[in-house]
Design a protein around this ligand. Sequence first.
Ligand code: 26V
Length: 811
Amino acid sequence: MAKRSTIKKAIEHHLQFTLAHSNDKNPEAFWKATSLAINDIVVEKLTTTRDRQNQPGVRSVNYLSLEYLMGRLLSNNLHNLAIYEEAEKAVKDLGFDLTDLCEQGADLALGNGGLGRLAACFLDSLATLDYPATGYGIHYQHGLFKQSFKDGRQIEEPDLWREFGSPWEICRPESAQLVPLYGHVEHINNADGSTTSKWQPSVQLKGVPWDIPIVGYNSDTVNVLRLWESRSDQAFDWDLFNRGDFLNAHGKNIQAETVSKVLYPNDEHEAGKELRFIQQYFFCACSIKDIIARHQTINGVDWAAFAKDTAIQLNDTHPTIAILEFMRVLMDEYQFTHLDAWALCREVFAYTNHTLLPEALEKWSVSLFERVLPRHLEILYTINEDFLNNEVSVKWPDDNQIRAKLSLIEEGGEKKVRMAHLCVAAAHKVNGVAEIHSKLVKQDLFPEFDALYPGKLTNVTNGITPRRWLKACNPKLSALLNKHVKEDWAKDLDSLSSLEKLADDAKLQKAFMDIKLENKKALADEILASTGVKVNPEAIFDIQIKRLHEYKRQHLNFLHIVALYRRLLENPELEMHPRVFIFGAKAAPGYRLAKEIIYAINKVADKVNNDARIKDKLKVVFLPNYRVSLAEKMIPAADVSEQISTAGKEASGTGNMKLALNGAVTIGTLDGANIEIAEEVGDDNIFIFGNTVEQVKAIKAEGYNPYSYYEQNAEIKAVLDWLDTDYFTPGKPYELSAVKHSLLDGGDPYLVLADYQSYSDAHQALDEAYRDEKRWARMAILNTALMGKFNSDRSINDYVDRIWQIKPCTK
Ligand code: 26V
């Protein structure tokens, strides 16, 4: 293990020789030097891990994801290497505070939300459990946009996470790949009467990999996240340059570089954006070629061994083209027959579904496919023909309706490729991400596929890494847990359940709640610094953090806040514990209503926070630029976790797990992983409200009428009508009407009004519970104690048992 003095020397070395800084105490340079010093240790382990894993017979998983929301790496790597304390001392010797130093690094925000963060947690667990694994993704020049507010409205600015390079990356030009695009397919007639297809692409890109080491916690393993950057395959157009056309001499480079320039929002309609499609193909083509190349370096060309040694997991449908690219390579470069190639695909690929929302299921137009990837479309047609004739029609003879429903191509109107159908047909396993979600995938989304392929559809409930989401982000609570739990709970999270018997212990309760208060004070400082709002740390900190989306219903929370404000104005003596409602959320730049909801919350916050009449009983804060590193500060300070999606809409949620693990009590619907959280912590330690999936279906089947709630519930009516006035936007009535309009004339697609009363009642019960200090402390402790199931190590072991069949590879 690296000692204080070694670390200190390495930092000084990098400061002086890599960065050419003297001892000038520049915090950014110091952060970089510290990261480089730690990266030296990491890279040594990376090399030994690779030597161990790159052996014949070692089966590994390749995780393909368009998104990785890694956050910052320095503190995480120090914790996982178990050298945080030593580094703290070394840095102190050099005149810095390690916590402050860790704040210097930019977040690696190469993802949108839950799906990207899940990928990051899974990489952490794979390395921790010593599984051979490679993550593949895109080296976006700009990650998720930075958010600020101007007069309450969201402003987006580009994210420059590696403007001057990142200390954690290793560029590997020797593993660059070429990616062909566009062009046409030639059909050559063979002597035996068969035809051979030959793709003549007209454009070629180059993919250059950047490797980010993934350090396991107290393990032997450092795996790799390999991110592809697009470049032109020609450095420069000398012809144009010599003719004096200096700007266009770079033209091709610029075009080629746009492919990995920017991360697309994953929760916005993409309406056939060609660049996004090319992004997907670019990354799939590079990754498939890399997987094959690595295999051949170890085994030579041995396809039987390939299936034995290779698992490929598709994180949602975004990397679906990897299936077609693999087919193409096998057939066009290795002379496989279509059927043999398909059989190999089915051994290798598995697919995770992350949403049931019909508008979120990816479809790409056949015409776009034909233009960009003509050979892949040809292969897809053959797969579809084979699938419909030899599988669908065998199970359901002469049933054209089922053929049309299951076809990989959607007909009627513009022809489109159904990416999820291709995944289900090709994969040997398909999983949802929480019990209820997987049940609905079987029942509602793919019932015929479930009948056609019994056992293919399965569940793996999501999880979170306790290293980042408790050990690193909540050091005070971690120290308390260390005192009471013998085992290394950061590896064996189930061991926290030994706290269950101490949930009523007065000393533990006090220590636990004192820590919560300390964490709330730290967040209060952060709130003051970033918004200017002063909040009382003794108030209930009620937190909703997630992407802004109607189905997640930030506007339900908002309506209830406006109602509380109204109640307080009517009765300033109203019995309630002071409450601070805290939001963190980015809205997709093109999602109008989501942005109106942000605006409405900010406008109400302005009014409420400056109204002396309510005596600080209510505060509302919207923290700008929600991201992993901000989540790490908010989560340890939460008393209440808002998980209030319409039942059946949130596939799993993972923020719900992080908050509960840090002792927040959930107010939530029976949706996604909330159901499993309730099972674990017990009904007495969670506030469940609202319509269930079955009730939601029944309400919709009857014909839902939001107006009936508006007319029959005086509070709902008063609150919605208030939004039409200029009370919150002086001189400008109707500024907040978009929310009301979406709920009444817009039909309230996510049943906000139908769940309102039940939500309000649950909040009332929660307020009463909080005022009983012992009861609340017990609830909070039990939430932390009983979250063992949601360790992402458990999720990974489920993937291993049910899907990947890989083995740890240790020293
Ligand atoms: C995509 C779209 C695209 C079109 C417009 C509406 C819309 C809404 C949501 C999405 C998200 C798709 C995939 C996704 O991010 N799913 C999230 O995956 C997490 C990890 O499994 C899970 O915890 C979240 O519940 C799920 O929403």
